[in-house]
Ligand binder design. Structure first.
Ligand code: NDP
Ligand code: 2IT
Length: 448
């Protein structure tokens, strides 16, 4: 689909010229704009208020030096980012990513997506994202701590429980959030809910660790059940083997599916008898080792170098949970040829535009990232509520709220898709439903 609406085309073309090098950001904006054409035509007040021009420009983007000393005594320097994209409906909220591929384009695409995702949760959270090109892989705990403390030495002046509340993402888990939180607490002399994903007992919420993966399966389950199907007996492929992937496997198995493959950035494992998650947790969560070690413990499984081959494995349901653009057109075609029924995105923007078009043309059910992986940030929102109230909810309470939120998001997507004249198109539904709330708040607040 191309942009035919004059206003959207003008704003997009201007952005493409100003941000010519930011290809991931432009990809995310184009996908949202394509969905919003009927909405912008129906609501002339959005053009009159310059909503789209303002929406694509972050309210603030901070880039900073992060110097730290490695174990050999050498000074290292990384680049830190925090993109505070939109605060129309609440304080900026979104994760921190530590990965060598991090650059301004990646930060801006993630921050932009976060605006609509957070809006879909129904909780009062604006959109933001941050991170660094620092690679925690292979670093000692002391090096990771030194980096996190230096990162927070700058970040702390830009965040706060009512201003901006970061959390984890790729390369940022409980260990990193702990070092970041400790340094914030020391600098600000405050124990507040300034970060989410904290350790349970130190301000963290039960179920936050599991929330993105569980929420993804709750959403996928809604899609399946509303299409006369379920996870029961389904063969599932889940890419990645990090936080999102591990808890997606756990919930999919609990719902009766057989998960046969997982991967890391080096390669993928295929276990036709079903993945033994305890082994994966031991390799990834306890030992921070490589997924290929799985086959040493389970000789019936195979390991193949390279991760894109995972999409050639026959499955009914595919849950990409690693990174952006991990499913290209060829991978999408391989999945379709093997009879995939549902693709539901755990990672952010894991399918290229060509892959999404291929799924839609083939009638494959498609759950877009903004909706399907919103359970993580939704539970971060629940952590913020618990911190503000200075109480903890039980695991059952948090899980029930998460489940309810994912059901509501599914319904909001279905209703908005219908309203936009694209019944059943959950990608359009997610963009429209997420956008309307933010756009109306921006109109209400005037030109700020
Ligand atoms: P983790 O760091 O825990 O795990 C990331 C996994 O993806 C690892 O297996 C990693 O392999 C793999 N991976 C990362 N980058 C690449 C790459 N460039 N190519 C191939 N494989 C890669 O991160 P999360 O599980 O937290 O995040 C996974 C995805 O889910 C991301 O897109 C993130 O933005 C998204 N997400 C995360 C949420 C959360 O709450 N954590 C919430 C919503 C979305 P390796 O170890 O080899 O690097
Ligand atoms: O992409 C995401 O939604 C996240 N990494 C989680 C953000 C959060 O604030 O919990």
């Amino acid at each position: 689909m191309a942009l035919t609406n004059d206003y959207l085309k003008r704003v997009y073309d201007g952005l493409a010229e100003r941000c010519a090098n930011e290809k991931e950001f432009l990809q995310a904006v184009e996908e949202v704009f394509e969905s919003l054409q009927p909405v912008v035509e129906k609501h002339p007040e959005y053009e009159a208020n310059g909503i789209m021009e303002r929406l694509v420009e972050p309210e603030r983007a901070i880039i900073f030096r992060v110097p730290w000393v490695d174990d050999s005594g050498k000074v290292q320097v990384n680049r830190g980012y925090r993109v505070q994209f939109n605060s129309a409906i609440g304080p900026y909220k979104g994760g921190l990513r530590f990965h060598p591929s991090v650059n301004l384009s990646v930060m801006k695409f993630l921050g932009f997506e976060q605006i609509f995702k957070n809006s879909l949760t129904g909780l009062p959270m604006g959109g933001g994202k941050g991170g660094s090109d620092f690679d925690p892989k292979g670093k000692s705990d002391r090096e990771v701590m030194a980096f996190c403390q230096s990162f927070m030495n700058e970040l702390y002046r830009h965040i706060g429980p009512d201003t901006d509340v970061p959390a984890g993402d790729i390369g940022v888990g409980a260990r990193e959030v702990g070092y970041l939180f400790g340094q914030y607490k020391r600098l600000a002399n405050e124990f507040t809910g300034v970060l989410t994903g904290k350790k349970v007992g130190s301000g963290g919420s039960l179920v936050r660790t599991q929330a993105t993966g569980y929420g993804l399966c709750y959403y996928a389950n809604e899609v399946l059940t509303h299409n006369g199907s379920s996870f029961e007996g389904k063969t599932v492929v889940i890419s990645g083997s990090g936080n999102v992937a591990i808890y997606a496997v756990e919930k999919a198995q609990e719902l009766g599916a057989k998960v046969v493959a997982m991967c890391d950035s080096s390669g993928y494992i295929y276990d036709p008898d079903g993945i033994k998650l305890d082994t994966v947790k031991d390799i990834k969560e306890v030992r921070r080792a490589r997924i290929k070690e799985y086959v040493d413990v389970h000789p019936g499984a195979t390991y193949t170098e390279g991760c894109s081959g995972i999409w050639t494995i026959k499955c009914d349901v595919a849950l990409p949970c690693a990174t952006q653009n991990e499913i290209n057109e060829d991978s999408a075609k391989a999945l379709i040829a093997n009879g995939v029924q549902l693709v539901c995105e755990g990672a952010n923007m894991p399918s290229t535009p060509e892959a999404i078009a291929a799924f839609q043309d083939a009638g494959v059910l498609f759950g877009p990232a903004k909706a399907a992986n919103a359970g993580g940030v939704a539970t971060s929102g629940l952590e913020m509520t618990q911190n503000s109230e200075r109480i903890y909810w039980s695991a059952e309470e948090v899980d029930a709220k998460l489940h309810g939120i994912m059901k509501n998001i599914y319904k909001a997507c279905v209703d908005a898709a219908e309203e936009a004249g694209k019944p059943g198109n959950l990608a359009v539904g997610a963009n429209v439903a997420g956008f309307l709330k933010v756009a109306d708040a921006m109109v209400w607040q005037g030109t700020v």
